[in-house]
Write a protein that binds this ligand. Structure first.
Ligand SMILES: Nc1ncnc2c1ncn2[C@@H]1O[C@H](COP(=O)(O)OP(=O)(O)OP(=O)(O)O)[C@@H](O)[C@H]1O
Ligand SMILES: [Mg+2]
Length: 154
């Protein structure tokens, strides 16, 4: 797909919401982009799209590493691995047990997961353009990721 342009936080929220509405089973999503690119903003919209109450404030899990929010049938697991020192620390947060059909796993700063060859279903890349807008591109890998991508952006 062509990159989308988001000119406001609201537009990034709406994109996240649309993605959340399209999710009906467990999925893993990598969010890639520099500081302030809009990754957490996207997750706030995603939470809304999954049906999580707007009263639930989605905060950045920079220090907690993971925040979990129950939705109707799925659970949103929002991770930020920016401060993770080593892959061994993933055990502490129970990463292995997260990957199942009930968890929507969304990971900011996922780079360290390459060390365990973790494959995300979707990868969403956020970059800045010359006007400080965000360019957002979505890539799929594997069958379920490809199916989801073509459902989201037919
Ligand atoms: N088009 C846009 N999309 C997303 N956020 C935007 C946009 N324009 C401005 N913003 C602002 O940029 C900031 C993005 O912050 P956010 O916490 O989502 O970034 P992040 O990618 O999660 O950063 P970090 O790597 O530090 O966690 C917010 O303050 C938001 O209001
Ligand atoms: Mg963030």
């Amino acid at each position: 797909m062509n990159p989308l342009t988001s000119t406001s936080a609201q537009q990034t929220l709406e994109l996240g919401e649309a993605v959340g509405k399209g999710i009906s089973q467990g999925v893993s999503i990598a969010l890639i982009g520099d500081l302030g690119a809009g990754k957490t903003t996207f997750v706030q919209g995603l939470a809304k799209g999954l049906g999580i109450s707007e009263k639930t404030y989605i905060t950045s899990p920079t220090y907690t590493l993971i925040n979990e929010y129950p939705a109707q049938t799925l659970t949103l697991c929002h991770l930020d691995l920016y401060r993770l020192g080593s892959v061994e620390e993933l055990e502490y947060i129970g990463f292995d047990d997260l990957v199942d059909d009930t968890h929507v796993i969304v990971v900011e700063w996922p780079g360290i997961l390459a060390e365990i060859s973790f494959q995300f279903d979707l990868e969403i890349r956020f970059t800045f353009d010359d006007h400080y807008n965000r360019k957002i591109s979505v890539f799929a890998s594997g069958q379920s990721g490809t199916n989801l991508l073509s459902r989201l952006f037919p």
